[in-house]
Ligand binder design. Structure first.
Ligand SMILES: Nc1ncnc2c1ncn2[C@@H]1O[C@H](COP(=O)(O)OP(=O)(O)OP(=O)(O)O)[C@@H](O)[C@H]1O
Length: 288
């Protein structure tokens, strides 16, 4: 599903959570939504899911306004950090409700995901651990197959094996049933390989919206003898670096053109990729 956000403002009393935010997602991809604490990610996803009304600006999904649009309710799913369920009833009740709400619900798939995460239908939601609740939310989010499915740090409560099982399941199911998926996360390195595009927000504003590969191509690790690395990176934007003996590795932000690449090779320097997390820290460092 296509998502268009234009000049979106959301305020809570004196606090401006989203500040004239604009971007468009063409849909049919897995998107990463990144931002530091309080940057507005949850607020944005809540508006996209029609849980919250915009103060001003417009939000459209497949060209339709979102708020109080009943036609979109079954097609848009937001799984929040504590899962999508209330405290009441059992896992079975939660699955039953999700099946009722989601026209694309796949009951067999839900069953296999419950097994994967070690959940049983008779468990009371109230008695579940944080990780189990998150896993139940993930089951509901995946098996619902909503054309726009959003996970708001929904899997943070899960332990690493469960999280990796979620990433694998998500990718496999997305390949079979392509849809628009937005993942908000702080675990950037764990999930960044899933993202086709990344949206980074800071202080309620857009910092970057880019294809993942394009964003990653902006960062380069320059490694070699310390004094040659320093000479090569002089005048470039250096994000940070590490040294081991006389060898140094510096992280550079910005395009390195062919001529410079040639000079690096002549100087015996190695050029390699840097992690998305490092780019994120650089891009959002003072954007709180
Ligand atoms: N219900 C609320 N009432 C008042 N202020 C709120 C409310 N919800 C969010 N805010 C404020 O809006 C801003 C954006 O918060 P939001 O939860 O959307 O950010 P976030 O990027 O999801 O943060 P985090 O990564 O910490 O979960 C913050 O300044 C926050 O304090």
């Amino acid at each position: 599903m296509r998502v268009d956000v234009e000049d979106l403002v959301v305020t809570y009393g004196e606090v401006t959570a989203l500040d004239r935010l604009s971007f468009s997602l063409e849909g049919g991809k897995i998107y990463g939504l990144l931002g530091r604490n309080g940057s507005g990610k949850t607020t944005l996803l809540s508006v996209l899911a029609a849980f919250r009304k915009e103060s001003s600006g417009t939000v459209r999904i497949d060209g339709e306004p979102v708020f109080e649009n009943e036609g979109l309710t079954s097609r848009v799913s937001l799984i929040r950090d504590a899962g999508e369920t209330t405290d009441l009833g059992t896992a079975e009740d939660a699955l039953y409700f999700a099946e009722w709400l989601r026209p694309h619900w796949d009951a067999d798939y839900a069953r296999s995901l419950m097994d994967l995460f070690g959940l049983t239908r008779k468990m009371s939601v109230k008695g579940m651990s944080k990780g189990m609740r998150s896993a139940l939310g993930v089951v509901i989010g995946l098996a619902g197959r909503a054309p726009l499915t959003m996970f708001d740090e929904s899997y943070l409560g899960m332990d690493p094996p469960a999280r990796y099982a979620f990433y694998d399941a998500l990718l496999a199911d997305y390949m079979e049933h392509p849809r628009t998926i937005i993942l908000s996360t702080h675990l950037i390195e764990e999930v960044s390989s899933l993202f086709e595009e990344v949206v980074i927000i800071g202080r309620g504003r857009l910092v970057v919206h880019e294809e993942t590969q394009t964003l990653l191509s902006r960062g380069t690790a320059v490694t070699g003898p310390a004094e040659r690395v320093d000479a090569f990176t002089d005048g470039l934007t250096v994000l940070g670096g590490t040294s081991l003996g006389s060898t140094k590795s510096a992280m550079v932000y910005g395009e390195i053109d062919e001529a410079r690449r040639g000079r690096a090779a002549e100087a015996g320097l190695e050029l390699g990729p840097i992690a998305m997390q490092d780019l994120f820290i650089h891009l959002t460092g003072d954007a709180r």
